[in-house]
Design a protein around this ligand. Structure first.
Ligand code: NAP
Length: 274
């Protein structure tokens, strides 16, 4: 039985992974940032802890609790994240900073705080990236950049943790059936406004916010793939799972940039002059 900690377990992929690891007999520390979600996780039988991944005091409390538990940590899954959708320049520096705080900087913060416990158990770090870090789309510049950063950090961290007998796995989900698109749409609606140069293209922005829900894979199927990969004798460096997770990177690899941009511009209504 491994000690597994997962961030962002209030819904979606995080909750599905928590369920899958618990059903497989592991001790799951399921974290969420809102008190009612933590209560629901506790009621479901998890070791539930409140953690906003950007809150260093909460992170310190979690580290102390795990230390007291005295079993170390075998698997850390950095899952918490959201899609900062909208024109890059409308989101601006603030939008970019907020996106990177949650999707990128928190991975360094959480992994750094829990490193001694992971080291103790020669543990594994699993970072939830995205195919959006490989195939970049318009109206998701901040999100795609954050997931490209997750890819780069995972590669660097893997080499830096190897001397301690530790492993880093990056997971690139395709379209998974979660609250992601609903939350991304909410983010997009905060940015879409009549004064924007991209106001005439707002349907394209909305289409991008919903893109992750095109024929999505059930979160439980995705979670089973992650569980199997983590439990395998030789865990992979990169796991791709879910609808589009293989074909989208293949398109990026095989199609010319010009053709790819044409396809994406058509899909997200950018094939016009403003
Ligand atoms: P989701 O249902 O919206 O879940 C996102 C989770 O992240 C929620 O638990 C949310 O908590 C949590 N979260 C966001 N900001 C947080 C913060 N500051 N501190 C702690 N928790 C925070 O969407 P999901 O699809 O499961 O997303 C999980 C991960 O998968 C994300 O990293 C996402 O980028 C990635 N991903 C998803 C897809 C997809 O198609 N669904 C595809 C590629 C990658 P609240 O409920 O409190 O907001």
């Amino acid at each position: 039985m491994a000690v597994v900690l997962i961030t962002g377990c209030s819904s979606g992929i995080g909750r599905a992974m928590a369920d899958a690891f618990k059903a497989a007999g592991h001790e799951v520390w399921a974290t969420a940032r809102k008190t009612p979600d933590v209560k629901a996780l506790a009621a479901a039988g998890f070791r539930a802890v409140e953690l906003d991944v950007n809150d260093s005091a909460a992170l310190e409390r979690l580290r102390a609790e795990l230390e007291q538990h005295d079993k170390g940590l075998d698997v850390l899954i950095n899952n918490a994240g959201y899609g900062g959708i909208g024109p890059l320049l409308d989101g601006g520096v603030d939008g970019m900073r907020r996106q990177f705080e949650t999707n990128v900087f928190s991975i360094v913060g959480v992994t750094g705080a829990l490193f001694p416990l992971l080291r103790q158990n020669k543990g594994m770090v699993v970072n939830i990236g995205s195919v959006s870090g490989v195939l970049v789309t318009p109206f998701a510049g901040a999100y795609c950049a954050s997931k490209a950063a997750v890819h780069a950090m995972s590669d660097a961290l893997r080499m830096e943790l190897a001397p301690f007998g530790m492993h880093v796995m990056e997971v690139q989900p395709g379209a998974i059936d979660t609250h992601f698109a609903k939350n991304a749409s909410h983010e997009a609606e905060q940015i879409i406004h009549e004064g924007s140069a991209w106001w005439p293209l707002r349907e394209g922005i909305r289409a991008r916010a919903n893109a992750s829900q095109t024929n999505p894979t059930p979160a439980s199927d995705f979670a089973r793939d992650v569980l199997n990969a983590v439990q395998s004798a030789k865990p992979p460096r990169l796991l791709r799972s879910g609808n589009g997770s293989r074909v989208l990177p293949l398109m990026e690899l095989l199609l010319s940039k010009g053709l790819l941009e044409k396809i994406l511009s058509n899909r997200f209504k950018l094939n016009q002059t403003l």
